[in-house]
Write a new protein. Structure first.
Length: 349
């Protein structure tokens, strides 16, 4: 079954989150899809602690603080998030709506679509062992959608960052066995996570193997072992039921390239009145769009989201004028935001 919505936002970074806000002010509720397992886009995934100095009225905040505050700001509009899903296909329907399907099998019928994908969807860095790609999602995994599927299984996890260590700690107690493989004996993960992993090793609940993968074994069309070359040039065979690889993420335009949009290399051409693409009803905001004079700033993306929301309102209600109302004075805006002013007559100060 399809989920019907007036607006579907592809991307849960700062611009996608602010798009929720601008749509909400106009009475349009949105669903948000993102390939990442959490909101925040690049801000949360790549540089959560990086200071940002060019957000109006905020002298400085971290990237994660910006995301957290945007989530507070859009809370009154109750957006529906669908995380860990990549939108793989988009088809225009006879009635002008858009049918979109995700990697996880979700289907949406949307009257408008907002692409706020930053520099594109983040794709996992994959193993380069010849032939191993045939076992993706059936022995080889780059993302965890349901942790329960790994309970009671012999696991090998590869990586040295936060994702690898987080899943080692999360799955260790329920796995039949756990081995972490990393090419170095130092890690990019949070020190507390590294300390917890070493404690699990000392307690005999898991192993850490330093080395690099160089082969794999298959039995009855099942991935059953990974060969790892150690620093002393010996090769160790690690039996497994599932191999989880967390080597980081790389941005790619991904399936968006096949949606019939007017592309400019890895960006999408839009106009500067509506920030609409060549397909009416599909808008693009933030780093993923292009127009003459484009500046890849969060500030610019916020402006684009505001104008795109007004254009979407006109698209949803053709022929009906959209009035500009101010959040400081409009009772309608106050109602949508869930705020109000106490007057002296009401007992206010």
């Amino acid at each position: 079954m399809e989920t019907e919505t007036d607006a579907l936002i592809v991307g849960a970074g700062p611009c996608g989150l602010f798009q929720v806000f601008e749509l909400g002010l106009l009475g349009i509720r949105a669903h948000v899809v993102d390939s990442m397992p959490r909101v925040g886009g690049q801000c949360s995934e790549l540089y959560p602690d990086k200071p940002i100095y060019d957000i109006p009225a905020i002298p400085v905040c971290s990237a994660q603080e910006l995301v957290d505050n945007l989530l507070k700001q859009i809370a009154p509009f109750e957006p529906q998030f669908h995380l860990g899903h990549e939108v793989q296909s988009l088809q225009v329907q006879a009635d002008g709506r858009f049918l979109l399907e995700t990697s996880g099998g979700l289907r949406f019928l949307a009257r408008t679509v907002f692409i706020a994908g930053g520099v594109g969807s983040f794709q996992p860095r994959r193993m380069r062992l010849k032939g191993i790609e045939a076992f993706e999602e059936r022995g080889l995994y780059y993302r965890v959608y349901d942790p329960k599927q790994f309970h009671g299984r012999h696991l090998v996890i590869m990586g040295g960052g936060d994702s690898a260590l987080d899943w080692v700690i999360e799955l260790c107690d329920t796995a039949a066995s756990m081995v972490l493989v990393h090419r170095r004996d130092d890690f990019r993960a949070a020190p507390a996570s590294v300390a917890k992993m070493h404690a699990l090793c000392e307690a005999g609940k898991m192993r850490f193997v330093q080395g690099q993968s160089e082969g794999f074994e298959v039995d009855d069309d099942r991935l059953v072992a990974l060969s790892v070359r150690r620093p002393d040039d010996t090769v160790e065979r690690l039996p497994l039921d599932a191999l989880l690889v967390f080597w980081g993420l790389a941005p790619k335009l991904g399936p968006i390239a096949d949606w019939g949009l007017d592309l400019n290399r890895k960006t999408i051409n839009v106009d500067t009145e509506k920030f609409q693409t060549n397909v009416p009803g599909i808008f693009a905001v933030g780093d993923i769009n292009y127009y003459p004079g484009k500046k890849k700033l969060i500030l610019s993306g916020f402006h684009e989201a505001a104008l795109a929301a007004f254009a979407a309102k006109e698209h949803i209600n053709p022929g009906k004028r959209v009035h500009l109302q101010y959040t400081t004075t409009s009772p309608i805006m106050h109602e949508r935001l869930g705020v109000g002013r106490k007057t002296a007559e009401e007992g206010g100060d």
